[in-house]
Design a protein around this ligand. Sequence first.
Ligand code: FES
Length: 104
Amino acid sequence: MDEREASVADIDGEFTAQVLPGGQTFAASAALSLLEAALLDGVPMPNSCRNGTCRACASRLHAGSIRYRIEWPGLSLDEKEEGLILPCVACAVSDVVIEPVTLG
Ligand code: FES
């Protein structure tokens, strides 16, 4: 399998997401945003704009990897390096563990 095939396989993947602190899990299809997948499975997550700008859904990525649907999610480089993500525009590319946080 070459690199391109690997990335296509990732996009079609089915993963498991866990939400801290409660530890609820939901099926995180790579085709859905983490927020869409959570709400589809009945797992509540904070949200508002659902397009990567308001930051209401901000979460810490404790484990796993994501890719973004949009080029410029509303996080600073520092916030990204701290492990913060915006689940409304982030799709899982592996099993993930996330924890909603409140950004100032
Ligand atoms: S819901 Fe607004 S940035 Fe995610």
